[in-house]
Design a protein around this ligand. Structure first.
Ligand code: PEP
Ligand code: MG
Length: 313
């Protein structure tokens, strides 16, 4: 059964040669954070704040937000907690953030784009997060979803720093952002790859359509090459490159991601044990070799086979 298949995780992600790869959790609120901490997560790599407010008709007050954020931060004293600003819209519309009908919501005013119409919503959230951070020992980092341009990243970073937040990042989940990684690293402290949306937008395939599952696949070479470009940009400047999409919880893909330049992985807590075990069985050199192999693949199946040939020999 799936419960029996869950491997315990001892709380330290590292490769066979000792290279550290922190394993973090994706959470949607305080209850998730408590169970993620119990499962051994080393921190939070993605706090989906929109999950706290899905049932709201009106925007939450700053006080309500502070309480919601403190609940997550409190579960990870002294640990890294990456908080994502509201990713409302598309598959997660919030009435107070996405009031208008859109014919193509995945390509619409979602994520950071909401700040174009409602900058106060973003500024209030950043202020609430800075207040929450003052009360908790967790090391708070903030990142924006759905960034496509350098100007968007700069505007977000300026607002976040003005609110008093010190570690500022963006998600890379559009091909545009992946291609601009070098320039984006001049503006932000870290990036996190949202491989779910990165696959959707790279393959132009709605992630909610199960018929298109073969396209919404992080093993697609086009997606792997974009991840590799971001990893190269991160290595060049010595910055952290996380993955917080489903790909981060795939034990076969995790070593490949590390070889491509990814420095931490965030996932559903039940994947921690298996990903931890997969990483502990390979060296950094093997990861890089697997990454080189997948970058030469022409199809997703070829990429899987190439990685497995290197990592399972
Ligand atoms: C992603 O797109 O990969 C991601 C982590 O964000 P979400 O699934 O919440 O869109
Ligand atoms: Mg996303």
């Amino acid at each position: 059964t799936s419960a029996a298949a869950v491997l315990p995780f001892d709380g330290e992600g590292r490769l066979a040669d000792g290279t550290e790869v922190p394993l973090l959790a994706n959470v949607g609120g305080a209850a998730d954070a408590v169970s993620a901490a119990a499962a051994g997560a080393q921190g939070v790599g993605l706090f989906r704040t929109e999950f706290c407010f899905l049932d709201r008709a009106e925007a939450p007050t700053i006080e309500e937000q502070v309480a919601a954020y403190r609940g997550v931060l409190a579960a990870f004293p002294d640990r890294r907690v990456v908080v994502r600003t509201l990713d409302a819209g598309s598959d997660k519309p919030l009435p107070f953030a996405n009031p208008e009908h859109e014919d193509n919501p995945a390509l619409g005013v979602r994520g950071l784009r909401i700040a174009r119409r409602s900058p106060a919503l973003l500024d209030d959230q950043l202020r609430a997060l800075a207040l929450a951070a003052e009360h908790e020992s967790a090391s708070v980092e903030v990142m924006a979803p759905m960034v496509a341009t350098v100007d968007e990243a700069r505007d977000f970073a300026d607002r976040a720093r003005a609110a008093g937040l010190r570690r500022v990042g963006i998600m890379i989940e559009t091909p545009a952002a992946a291609l601009l990684a070098r320039e984006l690293f001049e503006i932000v402290d870290f990036v996190s790859l949202g491989t779910n949306d990165l696959a959707q937008y790279t393959l132009a395939a709605d992630r909610l359509l199960s018929d298109l599952g073969d396209l919404n696949d992080p093993w697609q070479p086009a997606v792997l090459r974009l991840i590799g470009a971001v990893g190269d940009a991160g290595r060049a400047v010595g910055r952290s490159v996380g993955v917080c999409g489903e790909a981060g919880g795939d034990p076969a893909l995790a070593p490949v991601l590390v070889g491509l330049g990814v420095t931490s992985l965030s996932m559903t807590p039940r994947a921690l044990g298996r990903v931890g075990a997969a990483l502990a069985s390979v060296t950094a050199a093997q990861c890089r070799e697997a990454a080189e192999a997948v970058l030469g693949a022409a199809t997703a199946d070829e990429a899987r086979a190439a990685a497995s040939a290197v990592l399972n020999r």
